[in-house]
Structures are given as structure tokens and as C-alpha cells.
Ligand binder design. Structure first.
Ligand SMILES: [Zn+2]
Length: 142
């Protein structure tokens, strides 16, 4: 199931698109939600792979409008240089961290340290755990 961007995600992304080096506290003041909330939303968008770096390089191929129109299609139709409008309710595709396939239903989530990994099915999650056992254990501080 894709993740639906909410008002906080949207306000944060808009703020970060202008200046990707802003601190969580600056964003918090700007969009009027608490710093931990900003951090939580930011990390979630990093975890699902929408935010690819601190410069907020958005993967528009992962976004579609609520009515199912893919943003990269809009982008191709749009005039050169025209900015894509981010909107509340846009859906972000989540791909499985093991097989790279789409997560059709509610993804299986694995917490690795303070990060989250998403899987299309419990067996991908189990296989991933098996493959990265050492790294997961060291990140979990065990
Ligand atoms: Zn999978």
C-alpha cells in the first residue's frame, strides 16, 4: 500500500525543496509543528525512499496523484522547466527492500536501528533478516 503524503509531509517537503540544509528545528518553526514530529515525518520519507538525500532529491517516479496519475507522466507532458506541484494526498510507492517488487498490501516493516525497512511479504522480510543478520544485530546494538 502506498504511503499517503499528509499536510506535514507536504509542508516539510516544500520547505526543504527551497533549502535542503534547514534543520528540523527551523522547519518546525516554519511549518508550526513540533521538532520531533518533523523528524519523524522526515525519517519516514527517507525510509520509504522518497527523500533520497539531504538535498531532497525527490523521485517523482514514485509519486502519483490521488486519482492515480503518475507524476512522471505529468512531467513528460509539462513544458520544459515547469515545476511539478506537490500536493496533499499524493501517494508514494513503496518498493520491497528485498525483492524490489511493489508492496501491494500493508508492507511488512522491519526496524533496523532507527531505520525502517519495508517488504512486500513476510518471506521477503525473513530472507532479508537472514541475509543481513550481522548488520542488523550490530545496528540494533546487540
Ligand atoms: Zn519482496
Amino acid at each position: 500500500m502506498p504511503l499517503k503524503l499528509d499536510e506535514i509531509d507536504l509542508a516539510m517537503l516544500k520547505s526543504l525543496v527551497k533549502d535542503g540544509r534547514k534543520s528540523f528545528r527551523q522547519i518546525s518553526r516554519e511549518i508550526k509543528v513540533s521538532t520531533p514530529t518533523v523528524k519523524l515525518h522526515y525519517e519516514r520519507l527517507v525510509n520509504i525512499g522518497l527523500i533520497k538525500g539531504v538535498s531532497v532529491d525527490l523521485d517523482f517516479g514514485k509519486l502519483e496523484t490521488e486519482s492515480g496519475i503518475k507524476l512522471d507522466q505529468i512531467k513528460h507532458k509539462a513544458h520544459k522547466g515547469r515545476r511539478i506541484k506537490l500536493d496533499k494526498g499524493m501517494l508514494v510507492k513503496i518498493t520491497c527492500d528485498y525483492c524490489n517488487g511493489p508492496t501491494h498490501n500493508k508492507p511488512s516493516i522491519l526496524k533496523v536501528g532507527d531505520q525502517e525497512r519495508f517488504f512486500c511479504c513476510p518471506s521477503c522480510k525473513a530472507l532479508y533478516k537472514e541475509k543481513y543478520r550481522g548488520r542488523i544485530e550490530s545496528l540494533s546494538g546487540k
